[in-house]
Design a protein around this ligand. Structure first.
Ligand code: CDP
Ligand code: CDP
Length: 208
């Protein structure tokens, strides 16, 4: 069983994906980490993130040991969305993601183009979303919980900027697959989102 999860930043994809993976006993791949690692490595090397050929070379050189370290922050997310617009970057990552999805027994993958490009034949496609305001509030609360000073308006502007870049790009833009089940978590807590996702997965299994 392949479960594909897509949606905008801070919608709750990763939280949901981890829980589904544990519940159904499937391995989980956070595909955003791949783009984050490429963006981070380019920035650290002083490379031009807007150069598609340079970004493609970094993507092809990506190795498992590059996926450690602190890649979850906002800066890496911004760098990721800049390199993610380049077709050579996306092409370089397809085979690895598809091989992960093809593991015996299945897998859970989350990102932006899993249901549309990477796994168009996934058994279950979830499009997890929430209003930009709710998503910015979640990111703000996460940082406050870590004792960090944060400005909600600035986070909201960053969320909107990343949404625009991810949805507006020519290759593999963020959008729900035609057969995706949309879960709007604006008014759902983690348990509510998990219950909605399990209902979608179980409905699909009953049909199969
Ligand atoms: O992976 P993505 O960026 O889509 O979101 P996340 O990092 O999984 O979740 C963002 C934040 O929203 C986390 O602090 C979650 O605890 C929280 N949250 C959630 O994941 N699901 C909800 N239904 C409500 C809140
Ligand atoms: O957790 P959050 O949703 O904030 O970000 P992420 O899933 O780690 O993705 C970071 C960035 O990588 C996104 O804004 C996209 O630009 C890019 N990405 C992508 O283009 N395709 C994917 N399958 C996953 C991420």
């Amino acid at each position: 069983m392949i479960i594909a999860i897509d949606g905008p930043a801070a919608a709750g994809k990763g939280t949901l994906a981890e829980r589904l993976a544990a519940h159904y006993g499937l391995p989980y791949l956070d595909t955003g980490l791949l783009y984050r690692a490429i963006g981070r490595r380019m920035a650290d090397a002083g490379a031009d993130l807007d150069d598609p050929a340079a970004a493609g070379a970094f993507a092809r050189a990506l190795a498992p040991e590059h996926l450690g370290g602190d890649l979850r922050g906002r800066e890496a997310g911004d760098l990721a969305s800049r390199v993610a617009v380049h077709p050579p970057v996306r092409e370089a990552l397809v085979a690895f993601q598809r091989a992960f999805a093809a593991r015996p027994g299945g897998a859970v993958l989350d990102g932006r183009d899993i249901g549309t490009v990477i796994c168009p034949d996934a058994d279950v496609k979830l499009y997890v979303t929430a209003s930009a305001e709710v998503r910015a509030r979640r990111r703000t609360d996460e940082l406050l919980a870590k004792g960090r000073a944060v400005d909600y308006d600035r986070i909201l502007a960053e969320v909107r900027e990343r949404d625009a870049r991810d949805s507006g790009r020519v290759v593999a833009p963020l959008r729900p697959a035609d057969d995706a089940v949309v879960i709007d978590t604006s008014d759902l807590d983690r348990d509510g989102a998990f219950a909605a996702a399990c209902a979608a997965v179980d409905a699909r299994r009953t049909r199969a």
